[in-house]
Design a protein around this ligand. Structure first.
Ligand code: GAL
Length: 957
């Protein structure tokens, strides 16, 4: 019988940040010092508890022959087809008892082993460092059997000196990773819990005399046009910037004329920091960030942030992102007019920040810190207000600032997210202000702004934002003197967000409002064989927050959702407005730094949505903030007398690093005259005939008044009043919301199960009139609905009049008719497109002639819900029918019913039936942002009121 000692695992529950690691320093890739990537396939063994196995696996010669493999960087729960456990999603609840700093005994622990050969030409002199860029959540490391130390701080780098332990030939690197640790209490961000070595592991040669740490200070004086560069370095050397003829010693300032760096004009100068031991490439951006006159200014100019919160996400690899995925994010952001990103809620992979420098994005770099779960106990025992944790907090602050300090794109350091308030945060802010006075400090959780240089909030309503803009919001004196940003707003969960244009209007109106950051960039859906994309609960988690993890402007595969298209339009860098009747365009440059010389302008004229003429428009290279009026050519003469409009577009005049020449950055449309409405003489009379009634091209059932066919087109289900939509996440609202949540009230009232009572079918002289009352069981409220059918022999007009009865205290989800067609695929329409739009998310809906198919009309929200409406539709053709609206209408078509859409949890639950269901809506209720923020503004409510609207049907076959 043999005994094994249980290894000590005390470090796992120790509040300290760890031991053995080197002090933090700048992250860089040397030009000449050797490095060896240890990414790739590692041997892997999973244990159920932290101390299940002894540490003999770290010794040389250990036989890991029966171990599994995992890919590093990676999360083990996303590998091994479920054999290594599953992801867990919680928003703010800790998925373990709140018993700080202790964690459950059940603590999945992954032993990782990598045997690597030191290249034969690896220099034998100098030192070497082993760098981990990210391990969740706690790791203990050995090289060749010697323990190097242990660390916490998942999204922060940790380095160990290993020179003396390295051997020629084969080396054994062993890493024990615990899913839960004291560090988990500091990492309660709203995301999947995903253990593993999820960022790079690299061995770095450190030649004698090599750079240790360095700090690039590159400021810009907008009054002189000069930049001042000083590179402080732990090891003396020279700083070379050939394009500026700079060759100075480290630590020495030099001032020269430069082009400044801004997110709009991201000019970087390539330089080198040369010491005896190595050469380090520098990418220098000159800019000065200050708080002045109550505003955040860069290079003397106040900046308007048009930003987004970005979590790192890949549907298969979780937070283990490759460079191409990071670049895709940046390119998508640039192509959609964004200028800023908050790295919610932790420092991203450093390569992402290189991309922000290069392509131009303002960055709020946020520390890996959130203790949100303590809100459940009124923040009692919150680590940020408990001195025992302060070393860990300071360690996190230092690891972020030291790693990232040389990025010109970073303008704010953020202390973290949703961690309440406390001395530890103050200590972090003091340390950061002291270490880097050239940037500002952000934190949302303290509304008194004790430690911060900006007043920041999340999900404040339009009203409140306006008050803040007007400085009527009160607060501490310190706060009143600070500018305001919304570090999170417009919750992009499912369909939405609505109300973006209204926020942007406020941001542009009041100087104090310096913009905001949408929540959030990407849906964290996990690719799943049966479900398409999985969300919270799909892995059987005992606690979870469902699809709250899918709230991005792009779908999990990075396809832009309509929310991103809307945001792009709302934050256009150029505003194009027009007076169509007089042929005048007003162009305003809404950028903060760049003139319009990078853009070319084009006009086109449409008749009934079809472009009949186009040409280029000469617009002066307006400076930021300037406007000009430009005359359009004479509108083309068109004998058809259709609806005429102008479209003016601003396009990239040349290729840029982020989009090709011709890429549209902004547009405006304006009507030349009013739309001619479909006019209609009701010449035919309804003719009863053996249980049927014919009227012009149409046949009806004489008893029910149901439409059966129009011309040769069979109608599967007659048009009848419909008020229901599959509630969106924003309709449902979040359960903690105190405002009325209409999604719930609609269901309580029974709007999803309306009954139709036929009152009469009257065949009159010139019309067939069907009277009904539509109402939910158990309620007194109802909608008196009259369908009046007329025809001119070829066409058929349906006029619907609706009169609410009773006390309607809720708005309606939608109001229109729904009918079924047995066959329809191709769809063409004249109206808003190409994508979906709702009353408060229709800025990007462009009036034109659009084509699609029924399938492509659907927007693939990860959790199925109302989607796909097209706005301002004049006419639509599908399934052999043409429908013209009087007035314009909202159009939706899908291969399942609203009820099926409502019942589905995943897109894979939706199966095409044998009917295409078409909704023609006179009105839709707004979308808002209530899944985490405010609901729709009152002007986007669809109140129950008496209305009348018409559709004219004809056949296209
Ligand atoms: C915020 C939080 C985010 C996210 C968002 C809702 O309170 O900072 O991390 O949870 O709400 O999606």
């Amino acid at each position: 019988m043999s005994f094994r000692t249980t290894p000590s695992v005390d470090y796992v529950e120790d509040v300290s940040p760890g031991s053995g690691a080197l002090p933090p320093r700048a992250w860089y890739a040397s030009s000449d010092a050797r490095s060896l990537s240890l990414n790739g396939s590692w041997r892997f063994r999973l244990s159920a508890t932290a101390g299940a196995e002894d540490d003999s696996f770290a010794e040389e010669g250990y036989d890991a022959g029966n171990w599994a493999d995992v890919t590093v960087p990676g999360h083990w729960v996303l590998q091994g087809d479920g054999a290594f456990g599953s992801p867990i999603y919680t928003n703010h609840l800790y998925p373990f008892p709140v018993d700080p700093p202790y964690v459950p005994t059940e603590n999945p622990t992954g032993d990782h082993l990598r045997v690597f050969d030191l290249p034969s030409d690896w220099p034998s002199d100098g030192a070497a460092v082993l760098r981990f860029d990210g391990v969740e959540s706690c790791a203990r490391v050995w090289l060749n059997g010697t323990e190097l130390g242990e660390f916490k701080g998942s999204r922060l780098p940790h380095e160990f000196a290993v020179g003396e332990l390295l051997k020629p030939g084969s080396n054994v690197l062993a890493v024990r990773v615990h899913q839960w640790s004291a560090g988990s209490y500091l990492e309660d961000q709203d995301q999947w819990w995903l253990p593993g070595i999820f960022r790079d592991v690299t061995l770095l040669h450190r030649p004698a005399g090599s750079v240790a740490d360095f700090f690039v200070h590159a400021s810009y004086d907008h009054t002189t046009g000069e930049g001042t560069l000083r590179v402080d370095s732990d090891v003396d050397g020279r700083v070379l910037v050939p394009a500026l003829d700079i060759d100075v010693a480290t630590g020495e300032p030099v001032t020269v004329a430069v082009r400044p760096w801004t997110a709009e004009t991201p000019k970087l100068y390539d330089g080198v920091l040369a010491t005896d031991g190595e050469r380090v490439p520098l990418r220098i951006g000159f800019r000065t960030v200050v708080l002045e006159d109550g505003l955040v200014k860069v290079n003397g100019t106040a900046v308007l942030f048009k930003g987004v919160n970005r979590h790192e996400w890949h549907p298969e690899r979780g937070r283990a992102l490759d460079l191409e995925t990071m670049r895709e994010d940046v390119l998508l952001m640039k192509r959609h007019n964004l200028n800023a990103v908050r790295t919610s809620h932790y420092p991203p992979h450093p390569a992402f920040l290189d991309l922000c420098d290069e392509y131009g994005l303002w960055v709020i770099d946020e520390c890996d810190l959130e203790t949100h779960g303590f809100t459940e106990q009124d923040w009692r025992d919150n680590p940020v207000d408990d001195d025992r944790w302060t070393p860990a907090l300071l360690d996190r602050a230092a690891r972020m600032v030291e790693r990232d300090k040389n990025h010109p794109s970073i303008v704010f350091w953020s202390l973290g997210n949703e961690a309440g308030t406390g001395r530890g945060l103050t200590a972090m802010a003091e340390w950061i202000h002291d270490r880097d006075p050239e940037r500002l400090v952000h934190y949302e959780g303290d509304w008194n702004c004790r430690d911060t240089d900006v007043y920041s909030r999340m999900y404040a309503s339009h009203d409140e934002v306006e008050k803040i803009g007007q400085q009527l919001d009160g607060g501490t004196r310190k706060r009143r003197e600070l500018p305001f940003i919304q570090c999170e707003y417009a919750h992009a969960m499912g369909n939405g967000p609505g109300g973006l244009a209204d926020y942007q209007e406020l941001f542009e109106k009041y100087d104090r409002l310096q913009g905001g950051f949408i929540w959030e960039w990407i849906d964290h859906g996990v690719k799943h064989a049966e479900l398409g994309y999985a969300y919270g609960g799909d892995f059987g988690e005992e606690l979870h927050d469902g699809n709250f993890v899918c709230d991005g402007l792009v779908f999990p595969d990075r396809t832009p959702s309509p929310g991103l298209i809307e945001y792009k339009k709302v934050i256009e860098p150029v505003h194009i407005e027009g007076d169509g009747a007089n042929g005048i365009v007003h162009v305003t440059n809404k950028q903060d730094f760049a003139d319009l010389s990078a853009l070319a302008f084009e006009w086109s004229c449409q008749v009934d949505g079809e472009t009949v003429e186009s040409g280029s428009l000469s617009v002066p290279a307006l400076a930021p903030g300037e406007s000009a009026e430009v005359k359009l050519p004479e509108p083309p003469v068109d004998g058809r007398g259709g609806e005429r409009q102008w479209t003016v577009r601003a396009l990239l005049a040349d290729d840029t690093s982020w989009a090709a020449k011709g890429h549209v950055v902004a547009w405006g449309q304006f009507a030349v005259g009013a739309r001619p409405l479909p006019s209609f003489p009701a010449t035919d009379r309804p003719v009863p005939d053996e249980g049927r009634i014919t009227l012009g091209p149409a046949a009806f059932d004489a008893r029910s008044g149901a439409l059966l066919s129009i011309g040769g087109v069979e109608v599967g289900a007659t048009p009848r009043l419909d008020v229901w939509r599959a509630p969106t996440d924003n309709d449902d609202g979040a359960e903690w919301q105190t405002d009325t949540r209409y999604g719930m009230l609609w269901r309580t009232l029974g709007l999803h199960r309306m009954r139709h009572r036929l009152v009469s079918v009257e065949a009159g002289d010139d019309a067939l009139t069907v009277r009904t009352r539509v109402a939910p069981a158990a309620r007194e409220v109802g909608l008196d609905t009259v369908y009046r059918w007329t025809s001119d022999g070829e066409r058929l007009r349906l006029s619907v009049s609706v009169t609410p009865e009773g006390d309607w205290t809720v708005p309606l989800p939608r109001l229109g008719v729904r009918f079924g067609l047995p066959e329809a695929d191709r769809v063409e329409w004249f109206g808003g497109g190409p994508g979906e739009a709702y009353p408060d998310s229709k800025a990007a809906s462009m009036v034109g002639r659009w084509q699609s198919t029924v399938d492509r009309l659907q927007t693939p929200y990860v959790r199925p819900q109302e989607n796909g409406a097209r706005a301002d539709v004049r006419w639509v053709e599908l399934g052999g029918l043409r429908v013209e609206g009087d007035p314009e209408f909202w159009f939706t078509a899908r291969r399942w019913t609203t009820e099926q859409l409502d019942a589905a949890r995943h897109r894979t639950d939706l199966a095409a039936g044998d009917t295409v269901w078409v909704n023609l809506d006179h009105g839709l209720h707004g979308i808002g942002s209530q899944s985490c923020g405010p609901g729709p503004l009152p002007q986007y409510f669809l109140n129950a009121e008496p209305v009348e609207f018409s559709f004219v049907f004809s056949t296209t076959r």
